[in-house]
Design a protein around this ligand. Structure first.
Ligand code: GDD
Ligand code: MN
Length: 367
């Protein structure tokens, strides 16, 4: 199988030479047609010149230049080149800084041979590890990244979603529209992983020991972290049509609430009586829409009556939450218009409301 190891580089002059030598050594153990593609973004330390010199000795060493726009942009450029120009059947993602051991390449390749589409060199499966010398900040950063990817973006089944050491069949990559991923930086790792799970790729995690780099610095910046979290929210939003339906139902609830409130006032009811009655009517109408539309396809265990009670409980809880937010904000920012506080209060309440109803009231049970 023609295999291209894609290595993005930005100021990796000390690392790239020894890494290429170590990879060539590993290639001797493999029967596949192995290539290396360095994707360099005009590194000021002239990493590319170094690679050009090495190209004289290695016909399987390729270099692709570009402008620095982020790790994701570099990988996308590299993957398209590997597929369209080099006609690769398999590509690897690999860091230039020896954090990923060249000796592990054959182990990842073996899983591809056994039929996997997407092999992850994983730090978070038994046998895998992160560097002992990592400080609390890097540990938390990496853990937090994986929690966000698994629980927010919804990639529950994968332990190491942010790993940068992977072997991927191009048959699966060709099904992905890179432009639609909409990411530039390190968020690419999670965006790509999510895209291949949607395509039902066979994903395998192989334990690896991640080594701290000896030369140079990490390129991960604040911008990458912000994009990472925003991307995870986006994936959650995109993949949950259910959530969008839930929001639409919520909007009809507001109309029902205000409509009944106006009607009851018109009929001469006291506003302190009309208010809770209208609230309860809108809770019931929301429940009916959610039960017979939003969560229609869910296999739930409770009778409609019980679900109705649970839904009501959750609704009252979110009422307390949004009212609590309103009161708190009003106390701290008395000069801001109350409508602003009221609106901000809706946001956490809606999210909690959705999660509790989705995972409790309308919890899906397998047959
Ligand atoms: N061409 C290019 N352009 N290369 C880049 C860029 C860029 O904008 N940013 C980073 N790189 C290259 C680096 O030169 C290195 O070879 C590789 O990408 C990884 O960058 P590091 O800066 O060493 O990343 P890290 O050690 O902080 O992050 C590692 O862990 C992350 C989280 O698990 C990597 O394995 C990431 O891929 C991984 O997501
Ligand atoms: Mn690194």
């Amino acid at each position: 199988m023609k295999t291209v190891i894609i290595i993005p580089t930005y100021n990796e002059r000390e690392n790239i030479g020894p890494l290429i030598a170590a990879l060539q050594h590993q290639f001797e153990k493999l029967t596949h047609d192995m290539h290396v593609l360095v994707v360099d973004d005009n590194s000021p330390d002239r990493t590319a010149d170094f690679v050009r010199e090495l190209q004289a000795d290695h016909s399987n060493l390729h270099l692709l230049m570009g402008e620095k726009k982020g790790l994701g942009v570099a990988y996308i450029r590299g993957m398209l080149h590997a597929m369209d120009e080099l006609h690769a059947e398999v590509v690897f993602e690999m860091d230039a800084d020896f954090s990923h051991k060249p000796e592990d390449v054959p182990r990842l390749m073996a899983e591809i041979e056994h039929g996997a589409d997407f092999v992850i060199g994983s730090r978070y499966v038994p046998g895998g590890s992160i560097p002992k010398e990592w400080g609390l900040y890097r540990r938390l950063n990496s853990r937090f990244g994986n929690i966000v990817a698994r629980y927010l973006a919804g990639i529950y089944s994968v332990r190491d979603c942010t790993a940068g050491f992977r072997a991927i069949r191009t048959s699966i990559l060709r099904r992905i529209d890179f432009a639609k991923l909409g990411v530039q930086g390190y968020a690419f790792q999670v965006a790509l992983l999510h895209a291949v799970t949607v395509e039902k790729a066979r994903i395998v995690e192989v334990p690896v020991n991640f080594i701290d780099r000896c030369y140079g610095d990490s390129k991960l910046g604040l911008r990458d972290i912000v994009e990472f979290v925003a991307n995870a929210w986006w994936i959650r939003f995109e993949s949950s049509k259910t959530f969008i339906k839930f929001l639409a139902v919520g909007a009809t609830g507001v109309a029902v609430n205000l409509g009944f409130f106006t009607l009851l006032l018109f009929l001469g009811l006291n506003k302190f009586v009309a208010s809770p009655i209208s609230i309860e009517i809108s809770i019931i109408s929301n429940f009916l829409f959610n039960n017979y539309w939003t969560f229609r396809d869910r296999n739930t265990k409770d009778k409609t009556r019980i679900k109705g009670l649970k839904f009501n409980t959750v609704s009252l809880l979110s009422l307390i939450l949004s009212y609590g937010t309103f009161v708190t904000l009003s106390l701290f920012f008395p000069d801001v218009q109350p409508q602003v506080h009221q609106f901000i209060g809706i946001i956490p309440a809606t999210l909690i409301n959705y999660f509790l109803n989705s995972y409790w009231t309308f919890k899906h049970v397998e047959d």
